[in-house]
Design a protein around this ligand. Sequence first.
Ligand code: PLP
Length: 474
Amino acid sequence: MSRKNLQAAPPALFPAAAERRRIDDWLTTALIEASSRVQTGPVTPTIDITKFRDELAAQDFNQPRELQEVLSWTIERMQTGLVQMGNPRYFGLFNPAATFPAQCADRIASLFNPQLASSASSPVPVELESHVIRAVGRRAGLADAVSGHFATGGSEANYTALICALTKGHPEFATRGTQAYQGPLRFYTSRECHIAWLKIAHQAGVGRAALRLVNTDGRGQLDPEALRRMIAEDRALGAVPIMVVATAGTTGGGMVDPLSVCAEIARAEGMWYHVDAAWGGAALASERLRGLLRGIEKADSITIDAHKWLATTMGCAMFITTHGSLLSEAFHCSTSFMPSSVSGIDPYLNSVQWSRRFIGLRLFLALSVAGWEGLAAHVERSVEVVDLIKQRLLERGWSVANASGLAVLDVLPPAGSEAVRSLVRQVVASGRAWVAPTSFEGRDVVRICVTHGETSAADVDELVAALNDYAASQ
Ligand SMILES: Cc1ncc(COP(=O)(O)O)c(C=O)c1O
């Protein structure tokens, strides 16, 4: 049999080992240098996006470029073309400066590129992820039989909770969908929830009207009496309540709903109880702070995003439940091409995704090298930084709108200052710090969240100075 001469693999895609090493070494140094420039540079993008579009338009991919040149160009544009989570004066929307172990995890995952759909394809990664999920579930105080999986984000994990609630709620939901139910479906969470629940209701097919936003108590926490009343009213109208969602760390104010009372209401009404601890779940690491989440152990399921306060790279959420068999029921299917089909183990049979990246390694490495104690120190430090900001602003006549105990501060400038939205716009445009405007219990506030593990007292001074400068600028 004659041997066919195969073409060489394109070297631009699969360079020789020595060239890979050269580029890799160069890239490592370039990234370290970029990271230190990001830490001291402006927080906000400075790029002229019109010029950038022209640059892109000139790239028709007919003229290959050198890899090092394109990498250098990309790093340069990243440095000026985005809000910098790696800057310690980013006091933003829960997006962290990623920990170094999490970044190492991404390099390893990129190299091996394992397929985590099946336990036969990736026995070690699948076991490792389950181990982390069980450890976090136990930390939350859930019963021993904890299961779950990593997900792309809190939205996917929360969507999974709704699917579990629907599957548990009626034995025929799997085949007949929402028609199996006797009336329109309803689920409940507070007005201060993360509003992706609307999209979740839409995509799950229960309709956006199924989401019932329960009043809060004036302090940003779900009002249990309002919840009880709403459920009773809905039942009287022939609707079918299926799930209560409590938020442990609201997006706007970092408030924790009354978790135990919500659990009791859900139990008494025969409903699924989910705790959305996408951001606040990190407080479980800290002996000092975990008491704020008391009641989370009563949940049927929990969402925790490691890519928020646990500071992994994006996106690295966890869906954790004590009803593993329900996940298998909701996501089962069978096909001959998959290398394994073990109910309760193979991720593709227990979750929304099929092909999946090895993301759990990020939290595994962080936990392995820092331990719970190290993560606790990270979380507690953020709260200390928030306390320092609070103190500095109170001294200058600002007031605080929320009483969170976690690392989000909602503040109002002194009377007669620039309006909140305009003041925030000016702070952000200056590049000196990044904060957000939000509405907390009906009032416009400046939202300050500590998301960077290395924010210093000097960074706090600069934030406070910027806020004061623009508050007085009208
Ligand atoms: C409480 C809460 N739940 C859910 C989400 C959505 O998570 P993700 O952005 O990871 O989809 C967020 C995002 O900030 C959140 O704060």
